[in-house]
Design a binder for this molecule. Structure first.
Ligand code: F6R
Length: 607
């Protein structure tokens, strides 16, 4: 999604803005721009495509000035073009915007009727023009911007710069996050703290409905009602290592490799002191008082929910309903009493998931979230937010956040099994003991990278790829297909193995590789039968299994990758590694942009 940055500094702003925008690249974008004020005059540069295009433009046509705003745009209204790129300027006002102004057509008609001309197709231009209009009616810049804000509907974050005002940025948040950074006689604003990491670690997060007047030596925040609001200034421990590639070619590769470490940390965080039960630090959930779980998320986080459904139902015997947030929020599902609503989100800002959470407010007994960003909107609006402790995830394709989500959800399912008397203390302790050995097993799986790279080179030739899995491997098959299509742009679909003969088998021929995820568990023989059906139709099977599975089921397959054996219940976390590495190396073989795949955004803050 779009990224915002603003600087009131003591050095030239343009290089600082571009540097900060680089740290927002991970969010996904298709054009970028900056505006600065020099000797009171507002000027801007914008370019389509990667930031390097903007940097090149600035080399030939520099922008001077120590105050500025910048933006990476992920197109919603209007194609990626220089005209549609931010900042948008209307006379003395420049504005950058993240989100969607839902009533922009009405505002646009109103402005058009007043004879005002538009030069872009964007909703954001309306904000600049409206503010200009109020200024021309005599309002001071901040008052004009505030009056514009009062007219806007939708979800957005905005930062304004005004001609002649070298010590002023006005910023506002409604639905999309904004962070203010405090420097020594400098002030910054960014759509997240990562953007500001090189400038400061002193951060104030704006809350929903807040607006802020920034100057180099002062910050005034008002809440939605217009009252002065005190918002805490926090020191953020933004470990530089988390936002560097750490010697890897891509963030995705680094984040895949980090999984044994971060999963180990997540396990330790939720273990009781004696290591034999699950403890939720600082809070509790009594699953014995719950009759039903509703789990809602999007994309990869939804596949984490889908996996967790198997765990909660099988281990704790709790009925679980899962849904993707964009459907859940509009289908008005009844939420019976004694329902716990659980929302899973890496960013904690996904617009649909947040709306689904708000739908459950006042209906569900308790709202719990499993998030990676503790300061996020979803975390703050939950009764209880459980961190997954994955650390900053930069690669657009989620990897370590997925396996950390799985780890935390499995531990919650074990807690539920214990609360409901469905597993004995000994059984819980034994499973937790296995879970503590998982980082070592994941390291062994990462050592299979060479084999997976070789398989991926073959997959890179294909136009269509199918993924199959049964039971706990079905959500993993879906995640494997999603990962592959996201970053390699190869068409991939996943099916529950048993569904194949009900239609998708018509797709099988010698050109369609079929990736089968199948540890040697109780369902293995059934999956092997489905594999045989594929091979009987000249389908090419890539079997991912353990050594028992390979010796029993690999005859006649096109390729096989062998993973360490693991307790059945932990298999989804382990099998995520080959799913990720296959996608990664297929994308590398195809030469696509692994960390910033086309059209995708890291944090989807629009519907
Ligand atoms: C896929 C991916 C997306 C996200 C989805 C939800 O690799 O990253 O499918 O999982 O957009 O995002 P969060 O977890 O931030 O709510």
């Amino acid at each position: 999604m779009c990224g915002i940055v603003g600087v009131l500094g003591n050095h030239e702003a343009a290089p600082i803005l571009v540097e900060a925008l680089k740290r927002l690249e991970y969010r996904g974008y298709d054009s970028a721009g900056i505006a600065t004020i020099n000797n009171g005059t507002l000027d801007r540069r914008r370019a389509v495509g990667k930031l390097v295009n903007l940097s090149d433009l600035l080399v030939h046509d520099p922008l001077l000035g120590k105050s500025g705003i910048g933006h990476t745009r992920w197109a919603t209204h209007g194609a990626p073009s220089v005209d549609n790129a931010h900042p948008h300027q209307a006379g003395p006002v420049a504005v950058v915007h993240n989100g969607i102004i839902e009533n922009f057509r009405d505002l646009r008609s109103e402005l058009a009727e007043a004879g005002i001309r538009f030069v872009t197709e964007t909703d954001t231009e309306t904000v600049a023009l409206m503010t200009q209009r109020y200024m021309s009616e005599g309002l001071a810049p901040v008052d004009a911007a505030r009056k514009t804000l009062s007219r806007l509907e939708g979800a957005f974050a905005l930062a304004f710069l005004f001609e002649g005002e070298e010590d002023l940025i006005f910023a506002a948040r409604k639905g999309s996050p904004l962070a203010i950074g405090h420097g020594e006689g400098e002030m910054f604003v960014g759509s997240d703290a990562i953007a500001l990491a090189q400038m400061t670690d002193q951060i104030t997060y704006l809350e929903e409905g807040d607006s802020a007047v920034l100057a180099r030596n002062s910050l005034e925040i008002r809440n939605e009602a217009g009252e002065i609001a005190n918002r805490e200034k926090r020191q953020i421990h933004m470990d530089q290592a988390q936002i560097d590639k750490g010697g890897h070619k891509h963030f995705m590769a680094k984040e895949i490799a980090e999984q044994p470490t971060v999963i180990g940390e997540a396990v330790r965080h939720y273990l009781s002191n004696d290591g034999k039960s699950v403890a939720l630090p600082g809070a509790d959930i009594d699953f014995a008082g719950i009759d039903r779980l509703v789990m809602v998320a999007c994309g990869t986080a939804y596949y984490a929910c889908m996996t967790a459904k198997y765990w909660f139902e099988q281990l704790a015997r709790i009925p679980v309903e899962i849904d993707i947030a964009s459907e859940f929020r509009y289908r008005e599902p009844p939420i019976p009493v004694r329902t716990l609503a659980l929302f899973v989100s890496q960013s904690g800002e996904t617009a649909d998931t947040l709306a689904a959470l708000r739908y459950c407010e006042g209906k569900a007994d308790k709202i719990v979230s499993v998030v990676n960003v503790p300061e996020s909107s979803i975390a703050r609006e939950s009764d209880l937010a459980l961190p997954i402790l994955a650390g900053t995830e930069i690669g657009v394709a989620s990897t370590k956040a997925f396996t950390c989500q799985l780890t935390v959800l499995l531990m919650l399912a074990l807690k539920a099994a214990s609360d409901r008397g469905e597993m004995s203390e000994g059984e819980i302790a034994a499973t937790l003991g296995e879970l503590q050995t998982l980082p070592g097993i994941l390291n062994a799986a990462l050592e299979r990278e060479g084999a997976l790279r070789a398989s991926a080179r073959k997959l890179a030739e294909a136009r269509d790829i199918l993924f199959l899995g049964r039971g706990l491997m079905y959500p993993l098959a879906l995640e494997g297909a999603l990962k592959l299509k996201e970053i390699s742009y190869i068409h991939a679909e996943a099916y529950a193995s048993g569904e194949l003969k009900h239609g998708p088998i018509a797709l099988i021929d010698k050109h369609v590789p079929v990736v089968v995820m199948a540890p040697k568990d109780g369902l293995f023989d059934k999956t092997v039968s489905n594999m045989q059906e594929v091979m009987a139709r000249n389908g090419k099977v890539l079997l991912i299994t353990d050594s028992d599975g390979a010796s029993e089921g690999a005859q006649g397959v096109w390729d096989v990758v062998t993973l360490p054996a693991v307790d059945d219940v932990l298999a989804p976390i382990l099998y995520a590694i080959p799913a990720q590495l296959l996608a990664y190396h297929t994308a590398v073989a195809k030469g696509t942009d692994v960390d910033q795949p086309r059209n995708l955004a890291k944090s989807v803050t629009v519907e």
